[in-house]
Design a protein around this ligand. Structure first.
Ligand SMILES: [Zn+2]
Length: 502
């Protein structure tokens, strides 16, 4: 029988807080770190040995916002699309998926994340017209089979983009309006009931795969539906995530519709709390930050997607100064083009430098690495369990090859991990004490078969979605012009034109 213990020897353990990497051995019992000590740490004789000579040991990165449903649509996002054109094209990118496709969604996402040093993710997973137990199970099983940890939140709304943006349908030619009106999501009640059913009989070990709930974009949800989501989150103790004030168009319409900011609206509905994480959180003002801070909510920063869509950029320093927990994320493979947490972390550090000339308020490499590990973990509801290499934490550890050119020479590991590493030096990845990537080889699934299966599925889906894609293309000029108009409005005496200022 295999030993319950493993021991990682001869590696250099990254201490993010102290910005050091010193030799250390790590003893693991089952899926949990039992002890950390100097070279030669005592271990049971039958403990499995993981030789980490010439390897840096860092906590696995935690991706606090991703969409598994986007992985088979890589490369389909338009070159110059803002978020609203992406949402307009969504049905044409994710329609017609079978359960097997939903499983493949998860396999492809998990493999990319693991290969790029990520050991856990918060997946906002979309199914049309309502979420299904089978679909969520297919995705969760994929994550389980590859061996990554995940929170899965069915991504929910009771309004389409066209219903959510008042005036958008009227801005379209008469000939298109009827078809746009006919396109509907499932009713809010049925959608919420489906989530309840999924949570009632959750099929996974919650240490590995946990449920959550994601009313996707506040404007796309009626107040009644948002309240129901809040009730479900409380009743089932679910993390709740939403895309908060991601674009200026959303912020402008939110103010017009609610007479207050989107964050104030969620606050009024009682949705802010420690279970809530606000993805993007770009078009916020100082009062909004106070609301998030007072309620113990988290923010999830996704700089790659924010720049890809030209949405704007969250200012993290004012959030951190107010004590808001911040995580880092890639967003979807078809919105950010890849699921690379090293890139997300690096860009988080870099963009902070063009937001203020006050260089002492820029984000440091150590801060960014903490956000991309413990910050994201807390946003996922996994705080204290993952994100750190420490006794009692899950053994989610990334081994970086110090012989890789990224570390030739190596002066300061924390700086080089954030500013140099691109995932290429990821040699091995342990999740829950199990090596899922071992010297560059996935141990849990056959990647060649995955390539064949994913390629065939993507081709089939591309063909099946031809008509939906063509329809989205017809709508595109009208959606684009309407949203550009909103984004160009001088917004409410410029209150939010300069985010986060008091
Ligand atoms: Zn998203």
């Amino acid at each position: 029988m295999a030993s319950a213990f493993s021991i990682i020897r001869n590696g250099r353990m990254v201490d993010v807080k102290r910005r050091l990497a010193e030799p250390a051995d790590i003893l693991i019992r089952g899926d949990t770190i039992a002890a950390i000590g100097a070279a030669g740490l005592a271990a049971p004789a039958d403990a499995a040995l993981v030789d980490a000579t010439d390897r840096a040991l860092m906590p696995g990165l935690v991706n606090a916002h991703v969409h598994g449903h986007g992985t088979l649509a890589k490369g389909l996002v338009g070159d110059r699309w803002p978020l609203e054109l992406f949402l307009n094209a969504m049905p044409g990118m994710t329609g017609h998926r079978t359960l097997e496709d939903k499983y493949l969604n998860g396999l492809v996402a998990a493999v990319e994340m693991i290969r790029k040093g990520c050991t856990a993710c918060y997946d906002l997973f979309f199914e049309f017209p309502i979420p299904s137990r089978e679909g969520v199970t297919a995705l969760g099983q994929a994550y389980r089979d590859v061996g990554i940890r995940a929170v899965i939140a069915p991504m929910l709304a009771d309004k389409t983009l066209y219903q959510a943006y008042p005036g958008l349908i009227d801005a379209m030619p008469e000939a298109l309006r009827e078809d746009v009106r006919a396109f509907r999501l499932g009713p809010g009640e049925a959608t919420a009931d489906a989530v309840e059913k999924i949570c009632d009989d959750w099929p996974f070990d919650r240490d590995w795969i946990r449920p959550a709930i994601a009313p996707t974009i506040p404007l796309h949800c009626s107040d009644e539906f948002l309240l129901r989501c809040g009730d479900l989150a409380r009743a089932y103790d679910l993390p709740l995530q939403t895309h908060l004030a991601e674009t200026k168009a959303q912020a402008v319409l939110g103010m017009r519709k609610y007479g207050k900011t989107l964050t104030a609206h969620l606050d009024a509905l009682g949705l802010l709390g420690p279970h809530l994480s606000a993805a993007h959180a770009i078009w916020l003002d100082g009062d909004d930050l106070g609301r998030l801070a007072d309620n113990g909510a988290s923010v999830v920063h996704a700089p790659v997607s924010n720049m890809r869509f030209g949405s704007g950029l969250a200012h993290l320093r004012p959030m951190l100064e107010r004590g808001i927990n911040v995580g880092v994320a890639t967003d979807a493979a078809n919105s950010s083009d890849q699921l690379n947490m090293f890139e997300a972390a690096r860009l988080a550090a870099l963009v902070s430098r063009i937001q203020t000339p006050d260089f002492e308020r820029w984000l440091g490499a150590d801060e960014v690495l903490r956000m991309a590990t413990t910050g994201s973990a807390r946003a996922m509801g996994f705080g204290g369990a993952i994100g750190e290499i420490a006794p009692g934490h899950k053994a989610d550890i990334v081994l970086l090859d110090l012989g890789h050119i990224n570390y030739v020479p190596c002066h300061d590991l924390v700086t080089q991990i954030v500013f140099t590493e691109n995932g290429a030096a990821v040699d091995s990845v342990m999740i829950g004490g199990r090596l899922v990537l071992d010297h560059g080889r996935l141990t849990t699934i056959d990647e060649r078969k995955l390539r064949r299966d994913a390629g065939a599925a993507a081709e089939r889906l591309y063909a099946a979605n031809a008509a939906t894609r063509a329809f989205a293309k017809e709508l595109q000029p009208f959606v684009g012009a309407f949203c550009r108009g909103l984004a160009c409005e001088p917004y409410h005496v410029h209150r939010l034109a300069r985010p986060h200022e008091e």
